[in-house]
Write a protein that binds this ligand. Structure first.
Ligand code: ZN
Length: 55
């Protein structure tokens, strides 16, 4: 299978649902290799930490 982020052909991909919240059209499943998956998870965690204090 192919990673949707880096387009690399990998043995194992993870399904990631990108949920932007404000735009449902952007909430779509993506297939990421482990590397990109971890990167996304980190970004997600970072974004959640950032938005937590906002009203
Ligand atoms: Zn990748």
């Amino acid at each position: 299978m192919r990673c949707d982020t880096c387009k690399k052909e990998v043995d194992e991909v993870m399904r990631v649902v990108v949920n932007k919240g404000y735009d449902r059209a952007l909430a779509r499943p993506m297939y990421n290799c482990r590397e990109c998956f971890e990167k996304k998870e980190q970004t997600k965690r970072y974004n959640q930490a950032q938005t937590k204090d906002k009203p």
